[in-house]
Write a protein that binds this ligand. Structure first.
Ligand code: C2E
Ligand code: MG
Ligand code: MG
Ligand code: MG
Length: 285
């Protein structure tokens, strides 16, 4: 009796992790089919230009809606993609969608930037340069409007290889951004070692600005640094009008967050942009 009771919690714990493992294995096995079936797609979140109030650009954020299981958490399936060795494939798919969307926006006269997240694990191999070049050619999207946000910089195996690859990418005419700055390994060491055109201040600092003067000082120091080093500073995760006000005072270049818009479909984005431009013009006269 005693032995059974003692074993019970262990058995439950084991079966829970076992089913998690099975779920992840089936997830990895379904990734390619899901892309083909159109279950994986991008939403676009606006980034607002502080000076003009217009949309400066959008960030493509991947989504997976499985018809049987519902939405699958992006960060989780991105990690599973990495484990399944399908990161390059997913990135190609997202880049293709995002550059096509960007080209469509430009064709309609909406000259905004398109940001795409690039996992640091892809910065160990020059192949990514060819992939990006081919997609730019195929979609005819103007490279000067493409921004690659390097995520998970903790996973950069070799900084000098990554620096060489990012230089090649920049030579295509595009811009490179460091994502989630201030968190984990997205730190000053990475920032100094790699050629960045843009820095995204992690949501942590933005959400603490109101209650913690240290967080506000960090944000304003980064903005000052960006001005001097000619690096675009973007605040992520802006959720309240009070945060917008502080970021305006500080002079942060671009603002992104739920206070303006959640990630939305391309057609909603076109609508959002039209409404915003109309409101801007109405306020000017
Ligand atoms: P990220 O690149 O830092 O993207 C910002 C995340 O914050 C997005 O979550 C976005 O929906 C969320 N967000 C935006 N504004 C707000 C806000 O005001 N408040 C809060 N609380 N959250 C906000 P999402 O879409 O779940 O993506 C999570 C992460 O997954 C991304 O973080 C990025 O690291 C990764 N990811 C997403 N799409 C891709 C992709 O295509 N490729 C790669 N490699 N990673 C991706
Ligand atoms: Mg990002
Ligand atoms: Mg980010
Ligand atoms: Mg983030």
């Amino acid at each position: 009796e005693e032995t059974n009771e003692a074993l019970e919690p262990i058995r439950i714990a084991e079966s829970a992790s076992h089913s998690d493992m099975l779920w992840d294995i089936s997830l990895r096995a379904r990734i390619d089919a899901a892309m083909e079936a159109g279950e994986i797609y991008c939403l676009y979140q606006p980034k607002i230009d502080r000076a003009s109030g217009s949309i400066a650009g959008v960030e493509a954020l991947v989504r997976w809606h499985d018809p049987a299981r519902g939405f699958i958490e992006p960060l989780h399936f991105v990690q599973q993609c990495e484990k399944a060795g399908r990161m390059e494939h997913l990135t190609r798919y997202v880049l293709q969608s995002a550059c096509s969307a960007g080209q469509l926006l430009h064709f309609r006269g909406t000259m905004i930037k398109m940001s795409v997240n690039i996992s640091a694990t892809l910065l160990g191999d020059m192949r990514i340069v060819g992939i990006v070049r081919n997609i730019l050619q195929a979609t005819r999207f103007d490279p000067r409007f493409l921004v690659l946000e390097v995520t998970e910089t903790s996973r950069i195996a070799d900084l000098s290889t990554a620096a060489a690859i990012l230089s090649e990418l920049r030579a295509l005419g595009l811009n490179v951004s460091i994502d989630d700055f201030g968190m984990g390994a997205a730190n000053f060491e990475t920032f100094f070692a790699l050629p960045f055109d843009e820095l995204k201040i992690d949501r942590l600092f933005v959400s603490n600005m109101l209650k913690d003067p240290k967080a506000r000082a960090i944000v304003s120091s980064l903005v000052a640094m960006g001005r001097e080093a000619r690096i675009t500073i973007v605040a992520e995760g802006v959720e309240t009008p009070e945060e917008v006000e502080i970021l305006n005072e500080i002079g942060c270049d671009e603002l992104q967050g739920y206070v303006f818009s959640r990630p939305i479909s391309l057609s909603k984005l076109l609508e959002f942009n039209e409404n915003r431009e109309e409101a801007r013009k109405a306020n000017m006269v």
